[in-house]
Design a protein around this ligand. Structure first.
Ligand code: CTP
Length: 416
């Protein structure tokens, strides 16, 4: 928690609670803010009251909980609150509330206050993953991000219905942290929007090499790690190009996705995204499991069975990452991150990570044990750089994505 915010008792925040089951966590956010010396002005929507009693927030904050724009005493409460606070936090933010914010609605005290205020706005969405991934929500989120609204979460996890995915509200301490960062901007950019203005290219999933219209050569990559990385980079404000092999994952919000199939098509999409001189991107994260070989010949007709032995010739694909590493030699941009899925002991995996770091001329290699890397939602990794090796515990892919992006961000901010 920010020390300097804690020393600024004059700061006040309007905390808007909307109608999601995650509303029960909003008092924890209020407590965190109060503990940091921030005054909390609570506002509840009508739907929020179905989930949380206003007495809880009133008791905690020592403030009356507002819900109506007009109280019969004259004056316009939304204007008064908007003028009095230093930031607004919406916790939780429903899909409906985001839609109303995006459209500039002012049909209750909460939306009218957001519309009237000229202060940082932090939102912590909470909804079913299907609603979060809906194109309508995606468009509203993109609009709000563009207008400078800071999003904290949602995070990957189990939601109220028991389903799993992105939709779960971020942890209260992360919401408090994001808000305090808005109240006391530090010279070092905060994690929340630190990649604003940067272009991050992420590759994900397998590549597929066709033999004929029905047969192909591929691998077991699901793309989950790359998609988690793209999502994390976008949530930090980066412009993200996600170059994806054939996978069945929804596109993370705010991410530009380019679908490819073969290694060569991935390479040409990378050239477009990075630019011939590599100057169009600040970082390349190569999470794709690129096939090392392709068929020498691809038949446009289905190959017919015969009683003869069949010999198929494979020719090597270019090493896409090493090619970029070589082209970048002597420069620090774009920051390059490679993956290495390996079998063997942890020590052997680390050694292989080191070997690939040098061989491919990159800044960071994420080395995974093969048995844990594919298919699941978790991963364990060794983060290998020229200077150090950090080993992670078994983490959700979204958590590992955060660890990796922390390092990419550090490299980007160190070597401006
Ligand atoms: N990679 C790539 N192009 C390829 C193969 C791999 O860009 N043709 C990238 C992957 O995206 C990954 C990294 O290189 O980031 C390591 O992939 P891996 O398959 O472990 O590398 P190889 O060089 O094929 O290693 P090995 O010697 O183990 O076959």
């Amino acid at each position: 928690m920010s020390e300097s915010a804690a020393r600024s008792p004059a700061k006040a925040v309007a905390m808007i609670v909307t109608g999601s089951i995650a509303a029960y966590k909003s008092p924890i956010v209020a407590r965190g803010l109060l503990a940091a010396g921030v005054e909390v002005v609570p506002i509840m929507t009508r739907a929020a009251k179905q989930f949380l009693g206003s007495a809880t927030l009133a008791g905690l904050t020592g403030e009356r909980v507002f819900d109506e724009t007009f109280d019969g005493e004259g004056g316009e409460r939304h204007i008064e609150i908007a003028a009095a606070v230093d930031a607004i936090v919406v916790v939780p933010a429903t899909a409906d509330f985001l839609a109303r914010m995006a459209h500039g609605r002012a049909d209750d005290l909460a939306t009218a206050t957001v519309l009237a205020a000229r202060v940082p706005v932090v939102v912590a969405p909470a909804m079913h993953p299907a609603m979060w991934h809906h194109a309508a929500t995606a468009a509203n989120v993109a609009t709000l991000r563009e207008r400078g609204v800071t999003f904290v979460g949602p995070v990957d996890g189990v939601v109220a219905s028991g389903d799993h995915g992105f939709g779960r509200m971020a942890e209260p301490q992360d919401i408090v942290q994001a808000l305090l960062e808005q109240l006391t901007p530090t010279p070092n950019e905060s994690r929340s929007q630190a990649l604003t203005g940067r272009h991050v290219v992420v590759t994900a999933g397998p590549t597929v090499e066709d033999l004929d219209p029905v047969r192909f050569l591929s691998n077991r990559s699901t793309g989950k790690m790359g998609f988690a990385l793209a999502e994390e980079a976008a949530s930090r404000g980066a412009r993200v190009t996600l170059i994806a092999g054939p996978v069945t994952l929804p596109t993370p919000l705010g991410v530009e996705r380019v679908d490819v199939r073969s290694a060569l098509s991935m390479q040409s999409a990378m050239t477009t995204a990075l630019g011939e001189d590599l100057k169009q991107a600040d970082a390349l994260i190569m999470a794709a499991a690129v096939g090392d070989y392709r068929f020498e010949r691809t038949s446009s007709e289905k190959l017919k069975r015969s009683s003869e032995e069949m010999v198929l010739t494979l020719v090597p694909n270019p090493d896409l990452l090493a090619t970029v590493g070589e082209a970048r030699a002597g420069r620090q941009r774009p920051v390059l991150v490679g993956f290495a899925v390996e079998t063997g002991t942890d020590q052997a995996i680390i050694e292989e990570g080191r070997r690939k770091l040098t061989k491919k001329g990159v800044d960071l290699v994420v080395a995974n044990p093969a048995a844990e890397a594919f298919a699941g939602d978790t991963n364990r990794a060794f983060l290998v750089t020229a200077a150090s090796v950090d080993s992670s515990q078994t983490l959700r892919k979204s958590e590992l994505a955060r660890e990796i992006l922390d390092r990419v961000q550090k490299l980007l901010l160190e070597n401006v």
